[in-house]
Ligand binder design. Sequence first.
Ligand code: RFL
Ligand code: PHB
Length: 394
Amino acid sequence: MRTQVAIIGAGPAGLLLGQLLYKSGVDAVIVEQRSPDYVLGRIRAGVLEQVSMDLLDKAGVGARAHAEGLPHDGIELLFKGQRHRINLHELTGGSRVTVYGQTEVTRDLMDARAAAGLTTVYDAQNVQVHDFNGQHPRVTYEKDGQTHELACDFIAGCDGYHGVCRASAPADLLKTYERVYPFGWLGVLADVPPVSHELIYANTERGFALCSMRSATRSRYYVQVPSTDKIENWTIDQFWAELGNRLDPEARANLVTGPALEMSIAPLRSFVAEPMRFGRMFLAGDAAHIVPPTGAKGLNLAASDVGYLWTALTEFYTEKSAVGIDTYSDRCLRRVWRAERFSWWFTSLMHRFPETGEFGQKIQEAELDYLVNSRAASVSLAENYVGLPMNFGT
Ligand code: RFL
Ligand code: PHB
């Protein structure tokens, strides 16, 4: 088999790239190690920046996100038992975010890919990338007991944090930066109405909590737990009790409980791999970087990487220009590090750190007090939360 761009991974990054390239007339095949049901079963992100919504529109798959996604003009910060609203819309001069689940984004992209008759190889085993340092890269994989080869012009490594593409980059060219946090998020998805119509980010002496949602009837909640904690240690009733303990009295009174559709613990990590291009192989999304979920930036960064890569590859094929390809890594990494900084800062502000004790808690409360009462500080939070434009600072 031969294609112009071999995309490794059918998560949101790979699927979005495939759809954008299709719109530009560039041929791509996606190779994914899991089944479609497994990919759709992963419950992850919920908040889309305007930049991501625009890319979904450009890919021709934005209609359902516009129709069913919930536009949010603000978020609430809860500390010292009181909630304070950050008016994202007013502070940013008109921007907002859209609450629409990653599962739904993935489903919309999968449906569009199937409708266009584009090739996705699911359940591919032992995927390997070859010869990306020369002019003729190749991908090999096994399926149904046979080895297959995919010849291509470029490889897009959209295969997530545990993927094969970053692992195949020459070790002497790759530099990684990492911070692992001493806690994770215990998350629950449940068919109950949300406690509030906007997201609540809570800093409490018992640890962080987040009240999010997927729709008017489906809620997504998280509580901070030590990184040593195990999901077997929790029942759903214990989860609801702990969440309630981290909310203000009004939110606690509004909390509707029910059975969990999904319950799992996600570790928190900051990670960046540099560069994001190795010859004719590009990394995009979680394959290149991880942010702690506090700033809701992971999926959005994956989308903006893909936006830059799509532009670069389209320029290459339609204008015979390599400028976008040559600047891809630098352009992405500037945006990545800005999002890494914001996500690290918001994580540090909202979570209980075992080593900083009561002093750390008091400093956080003082910063939160400043944040909600200073317009300058509120604007800084708001403009980062809704997402900086793709050409910011250029
Ligand atoms: P994915 O989604 O991990 O997809 C990678 C795909 O590659 C496949 N794969 C391979 N395929 C072939 N060969 C191999 N060797 C392969 N190895 C792996 C995998 O099976 C998979 O299908 O990466 P992608 O596309 O870069 O997308 C990134 C996002 O999924 C991620 O950044 C977000 O989910 C992060 N995130 C959030 N991001 C936001 O923007 N807003 C949020 O509100 C938000 N909340 C979250 C989150 C992540 C969470 N968890 C569990 C990590 C909340 C949570 C709890
Ligand atoms: C979610 O709804 O899953 C979600 C929302 C906001 C975040 C992280 C996760 O910051």
